[in-house]
Design a protein around this ligand. Structure first.
Ligand code: KDG
Ligand code: MG
Length: 402
């Protein structure tokens, strides 16, 4: 079998997605997600101009060699644009293999290690009362794990608080929206939120929280300590992981589990964190993490050091990434949890898929490959619209991490 051609599609069914379709001389095609939120067209150019000419004529079964060719052969190595493009090719090749052999992807990755994939949903409220109610709605929908985010008294807006409750999408048309941040106000408020959530819902539901890279290691250690009585499943991205050693300060002061990595691209971004056991969960997913080819190596390294996976699953990852992640999650031993932010109906119509949710778990389905298709005609109805993620400033105007 040979790769005959590949095409890139950009569509905006409520949000932008970049999709790669790889065609073979035997009529089988594979689909990959190439969406880089807020910088979509850079990956389109990278794929069309540099990657597609390199893969035409290659055997799609040789996914390891093609991965190495695109990674080592570029010389500059890594970065968000390159790794998103490599991941898109890799996802499409694994999809082709599954379809050509008529097996679901998980059966090429070692088979099922569990019956389903536990997922967490996103509850959020503009204030404490609304956040508490929203967590209850997820519990009622059958979720076993819920991430809780809340507006902070005294701050006009913050990460994770959505108008459209089920479909949070932070990227907006026009120039980036500006948020205002105060670590002091945040740190005083969040432990009270989780105390109230435990008082309301008891210990049976897993609770998670995302800090979105906004604290220093010392502040993060304080947060972790103050949240210990409420037994969170994890606190995520409490600090950026540059330097990776920064997590040691947090680790030495708290037993609240730590997750990080949704913005990592390379196995090297994880090396110190994993081998020095500085984290509990790794957030890299198939899209940013170089496809299944690299993610399997990352998971194998993590398994040796008691680190489990918790793949990123926000709406900027298309259903193609979601499906690929579900096949990966169900097959590895050291799976922890999968994030599941629902896409809108319009998005699901453009990406017909075989995965499903029931009683807190997701199931990849048994369709050959990853089980997601792409409706090109419908996609054409929703042209690309430039959108940016917000930015964040401290109270005095200093630029900070959003
Ligand atoms: O595009 C940015 C989003 O993917 C990110 O803000 C979502 O932090 C996020 C999460 O945990 O889902
Ligand atoms: Mg996050």
């Amino acid at each position: 079998m040979k790769i005959k051609d590949a095409k890139v599609y950009v569509t905006c069914p409520d949000r932008n997605f970049v999709t790669l379709k790889v065609f073979t001389d035997e009529g089988v095609y594979g689909i990959g997600d190439a969406t880089l939120n807020g910088r979509e067209l850079s990956v389109v150019t990278y794929l069309e101009e540099y990657v597609i000419p390199l893969i035409i004529g290659k055997d799609p079964f040789q996914s390891e060699d093609i991965w190495q060719y695109l990674y080592r052969g570029e010389y500059w190595r890594g970065g968000a644009v390159t790794m998103t493009a490599i991941a898109a090719v890799d996802m499409a090749l694994w999809d082709i293999k599954g379809k050509a052999l008529n097996v679901p992807l998980y059966n090429l990755l070692g088979g099922k290690s569990r019956f389903g994939v536990m997922v967490y949903g996103h509850a959020n409220g503009k204030d404490m009362e609304e956040a508490i109610d929203e967590v209850g709605k997820y519990v009622d929908m059958g979720y076993l794990a819920v991430r809780a985010q809340c507006g902070i008294p005294g701050l006009p807006s913050t990460y994770g608080v959505a108008k459209e409750k089920l479909f949070y999408e932070p990227a907006q048309k026009g120039l980036p929206q500006e948020n205002i941040w105060s670590s002091e106000k945040y740190l005083n408020f969040i432990p009270i939120l989780f105390q109230k959530l435990r008082d309301t819902y008891g210990e049976d539901v897993h609770l998670l929280h995302d800090v979105h890279h906004r604290l220093t290691p010392t502040e993060a250690a304080r947060l972790g300590k103050n949240l210990e009585p409420y037994h969170l499943f994890w606190i995520e991205d409490v600090v950026t992981a540059e330097p990776q050693e920064g997590f040691r300060i947090i680790r030495e002061h708290t037993t609240t589990p730590l997750a990080v990595g949704e913005v990592f691209h390379d196995i090297w971004d994880t090396q110190v964190l994993i081998t020095q056991q500085l984290i509990d969960y790794l957030r890299m997913t198939v899209l940013r993490g170089g496809g299944l080819t690299q993610m399997r190596k990352v998971a194998a390294l993590a398994e040796l050091f008691h680190v489990r996976t918790g793949c990123h699953g926000a709406t900027d990852l298309s259903p193609v990434t979601m499906a690929s992640a579900l096949h990966f999650d169900i097959s590895i031993n050291n799976f922890g949890i999968q994030e599941f932010m629902r896409h809108t109906e319009k998005t699901y119509e453009v990406f017909p898929h075989s995965y499903s949710f029931k009683d807190g778990y997701m199931y990849p389905g048994d369709a050959p490959g990853h089980g997601v298709d792409f409706n090109e005609d419908l996609a054409k109805k929703y042209p690309y619209e430039r959108a940016y993620l917000p930015i964040n400033r401290k109270l005095d105007g200093t630029m900070w991490n959003w």
